[in-house]
Design a binder for this molecule. Sequence first.
Ligand code: FES
Length: 171
Amino acid sequence: MKNTKGKFVDLDTKKLDIEKLKELDAYIESLEDKEGNLIHVLHKGQSLFGYLPENLQLYIARKIGLPASKVNGVVSFYSFFTQKPRGKHTISMCMGTACYVKGADKIFDAFKAELNVGNNEMTEDKMFTLKDIRCVGACGLAPVVLVDDKVYGHVTVEQVKEIIDKYRKED
Ligand code: FES
């Protein structure tokens, strides 16, 4: 979403699921300090809708009485918020320094090729979202890949397909 006011105003919040909106409304209404709880509201929105599309951000901004650009700024800042739908599993490639010097970029490229997606994209079958992340504090295991919460250390290009297949078979 571009942070221009006009773009926000044009978005159609009527396309959002009404039942989920009702639940979100009830949550927002229950908060005394709505503005101070913006992050909690966004978490609630993401847990209900799976992600925070632009029209949902606009809806939340209007409900709380904040500029939509501020809401989008918070959503963009925190990596746990996503503006795109996520696959069933999230594959996160650590691109921190220790991982990078051990070839993280080559492993990331191998994931992109194997999944046929770019960074922050979901596979066509909605099974995986691939994204880069910063240091996860496991530098001794570099290069590190996370699949959801599971940590894979000393990952090689050859293991990329193996890791993906493991999750494909489980589902
Ligand atoms: S740089 Fe990858 S875990 Fe620290």
